[in-house]
Write a protein that binds this ligand. Structure first.
Ligand SMILES: *Cc1c(COP(=O)(O)O)cnc(C)c1O
Length: 449
């Protein structure tokens, strides 16, 4: 009880402040709204909101009589500090904003699976059942070229499992042009070497031939690895053999497509897709679930039944196992592929311009210096480098960026040339009113003396 307030900052709870007459913490906490919140969020978070309101009163920022209202206002929406934000960056898959946003179908599936669920149980017979069986079935329905599938925690985990189960103590043959860094300092060669597999590098940065791979194949080969260079492009004098030629060399051909496209996407012709690469000769494809597939963070392994069985039965598979929430979100994403990522990718530039024009006009009519501008959106998340998706943004003075981030509905835009750009390609159309409301609050915040 005596830890309510910072030491020295105030008298202990249980007595009121003789100088300011601040109400006691316990008295404030007895307010029915705060008592309810304590049930829902836990007492420490609610108490923290009360203490913060008391501090503000002590500093003279609010009248002591407003402490309860201020504490109610400052309550966190959930018991987690993670806040939902509006992604107005124009980066479809923003790594810092959690990459793909889940679809409504996936959110509902997560909620339904959150309690006790039949993830590993057959309700008909009452027996244990294979974990995630319906998710695997949904994957195989979408990728008919795959005989089997397995799901792990992320794309990196999929590669680690393949390298460990198929090439530990052996060699992975890989082109020097595909030894990539996938972001945040994680380098594919280090990841693969950490499994105890040896990398057998072939070819050069810009050109690798079938003969280079063939010359490296031997007794020690675990598999040949093909990595889609998902976050950069090499142009000019370049060359890599087709998958079909590599498939004929004998060892299993493992292909990391990165983005998680299951079928080809006409808007992104250079992005490989699982079905296409399996048909072209890959024996096993690995991919992320939370990039262009638009699902939860997970790693997909699709391909030959014997290889997938070897992976799934390896002891490491248990350490990379996904939880029921991921399985539920992934299955719903596969069955109902209208994801926010897909909508953002397919949004019409003309409609985005109309939305930006309407929003800017509304705000400008209220005295807010908003303009509609054209804006280049990108896929991001280490995908489709060089692809620009024509988009439109509401441009505000750069000073808006901070209050927009710090408002009750945090909005993350992009700053460029002294402007704060709110790119609408990554904002779902129904959120336009919420976006406008956030801009109004930011304007009020900036107008404060
Ligand atoms: C993104 C990516 C990875 C890593 O996947 P995560 O899901 O982020 O672990 C690996 N390889 C490629 C080619 C990628 O694009």
């Amino acid at each position: 009880m005596h830890r309510d307030l910072a030491p020295g900052a105030a008298p202990p709870a249980g007595r009121s402040d003789p100088r300011r007459g601040l109400p006691r913490t316990d008295t404030v906490l007895a307010d029915p709204r705060l008592a309810d919140a304590a049930e829902r969020l836990g007492r420490p978070l609610v108490k923290a909101a009360v203490v913060e309101a008391q501090e503000r009163a002590r500093r003279g920022e609010i009248p002591p009589a407003d402490i309860t209202e201020e504490a109610v206002r400052a309550l966190p929406p959930t018991a987690s500090a993670l806040r939902p934000v509006l992604n107005a960056t124009g980066v479809l898959l923003h790594t810092n904003l959690g990459r793909a946003a889940l679809s409504e179908a996936a959110r509902q599936a997560v909620l339904a699976a959150a309690g006790a669920t039949d993830v590993e149980f057959d309700l008909a017979s009452g027996d244990r059942a294979p974990r995630g069986r319906s998710t695997v079935r949904a994957l195989l329905d979408r990728v008919p070229a795959a005989q089997a599938a397995h799901v792990v925690n992320n794309g990196a985990a999929a590669l680690v499992l393949a390298a460990t189960a198929l090439a530990r103590g052996r060699e992975i043959i890989v082109s020097r042009g595909e030894l990539v860094e996938i972001g945040d300092g994680f380098r594919l060669p280090d990841l693969l070497a950490s499994t105890g597999a040896r990398l057998r590098e072939v070819g050069t940065t810009n050109r690798t031939t079938t003969a280079d791979y063939a010359a490296a194949v031997g007794e020690a080969t675990g598999f040949i690895l093909r990595v889609h260079p998902s976050n950069f492009r090499i142009t000019g004098f370049t060359g890599t053999p087709g998958l079909a030629e590599l498939a004929e060399l004998g060892p299993p051909l493992v292909a990391d497509i990165g983005s998680g496209l299951l079928r080809c996407e006409p808007l992104l012709p250079d992005e490989p897709d699982a079905e296409g690469w399996l048909r072209a000769g890959a024996d096993l494809v690995t991919a992320s679930g939370d990039k262009l597939l638009g699902g939860p963070q997970c790693g997909l392994l699709l391909g030959r039944a014997d290889l997938v069985r070897t992976l799934a039965r390896h002891p490491l598979a248990r350490a990379l196992r996904v939880d029921k929430l991921t399985l539920a979100a992934l299955e719903a994403t596969l069955n109902s592929p209208a994801t926010p990522t897909r909508s953002a990718l397919h949004a019409e530039a003309g409609e985005l311009r109309e939305r930006a024009g309407r929003l800017a006009a509304t705000l400008a009519a209220e005295g807010i210096p908003a303009r509609a501008v054209d804006s280049p959106a990108i896929v991001g998340g280490g995908g489709a480098p060089g692809v620009v998706l024509p988009s439109a943004a509401v441009a505000l003075p750069e000073a808006y960026a901070a209050p927009l981030r710090q408002g009750p509905t945090p909005v993350v835009g992009r700053t460029a040339d002294g402007s704060c750009l709110l790119d609408l390609r990554t904002v779902p159309a129904p959120a336009d009113a919420e976006l406008a409301a956030a801009v109004r609050l930011a304007a009020e915040e900036l107008a404060r003396p």
